[in-house]
Design a protein around this ligand. Structure first.
Ligand SMILES: Nc1ncnc2c1ncn2[C@@H]1O[C@H](COP(=O)(O)OP(=O)(O)OP(=O)(O)O)[C@@H](O)[C@H]1O
Length: 255
């Protein structure tokens, strides 16, 4: 089954980054003990679209996300961000490109505990050696409803609040693409929805490309397209599905 093109559910914008992976393989270990996490995945993420990656545990979702995000190296195959083949880049150049173009959100927040909320949000820009625009940091925290907590350390915030800080950090640099791995996995339903609206808003208003791994059909229903992985290959996709349609498809595929 060929699933090589991204759904064009919304108009292609200038700001989002298009991503394309071809014949992507990722194996861990060698010989008989080798685990083939990805076994020839062809997939496109059109600029300005929101894709949810689903599938059973161990099907290769996080591996796919990390390979297309340039955080992990594939065993073979190629990944392009726009016209740039990121799989051909050296680590240093790839790191620069990731900083310039991409934002990342993980289930475990990955905030720096010794820094304040606002320092966490400004971190990427400081690492890039840029002068931090603190007013813009506050504005970004206002968008996630946490401007009044900006001087506190993340450990004093709830899980949902910490994830909103992680979202603010990911969005601060206005990335052209956002990669999220189970961003709502540790959140209650209401907080999870707030985070998903923030992701959706970035796609709608800024034309950002968003790729999100999730187990949750409700979270996936915020996406324009849902792709389903099983055993390292893409087995299905749905365009603009409801949560009920996603659940039905997953049970059909015994995910
Ligand atoms: N660093 C690693 N070393 C060895 N095997 C790995 C490594 N990372 C992932 N794997 C294996 O690759 C396969 C795919 O893992 P991956 O984490 O991508 O799946 P997933 O669909 O995201 O799973 P989950 O939903 O449980 O998070 C699994 O069999 C996993 O055990």
């Amino acid at each position: 089954m060929s699933l090589s093109t991204g759904a064009q559910a919304r108009p292609v914008t200038e700001s989002g980054l298009g991503i394309h992976a071809e014949n992507l393989h990722r194996s861990y270990g060698r010989g008989r003990a080798a685990v083939h996490a990805l076994r020839g995945v062809d997939i496109g993420f059109a600029p300005g679209t929101f894709t949810a990656v689903m599938g059973p545990s161990g099907s290769g979702k996080s591996t796919l996300l990390q390979c297309v995000a340039g955080m992990d190296r594939q065993t073979s195959g190629t990944v392009h961000w726009g016209t740039t083949e990121i799989t051909a880049l050296r680590e240093r150049r790839l790191a620069q490109l990731r900083r310039a173009e991409a934002g990342f959100i993980f289930q475990s927040y990955n905030l720096m505990p010794a820094m304040t909320v606002e320092q966490n949000v400004a971190l990427t820009s400081r690492l890039a050696g840029d002068r931090v625009d603190w007013a813009a940091v506050t504005e970004c925290l206002e968008r996630v409803g946490l401007a009044d907590r900006r001087k506190e350390q993340p450990g004093r915030l709830s899980g949902g609040q910490q994830q909103r800080v992680a979202v603010a950090r990911a969005l601060f640099a206005r990335p052209r693409v956002l990669f999220a791995d189970e961003p709502t996995g540790a959140l209650d339903r209401a907080t999870g929805r707030e985070v998903l609206w923030l992701l959706r808003e970035g796609v709608e208003n800024e034309g950002r490309t968003c790729v999100m791994v999730t187990h949750d059909p409700v979270a996936a229903s915020f996406a324009d397209r849902v792709v389903v992985l099983a055993d390292g290959v893409l087995v299905d996709e749905l365009t603009r599905p409801s949560a009920a349609q996603i659940s039905e498809k997953l049970s059909e595929l015994a995910c």
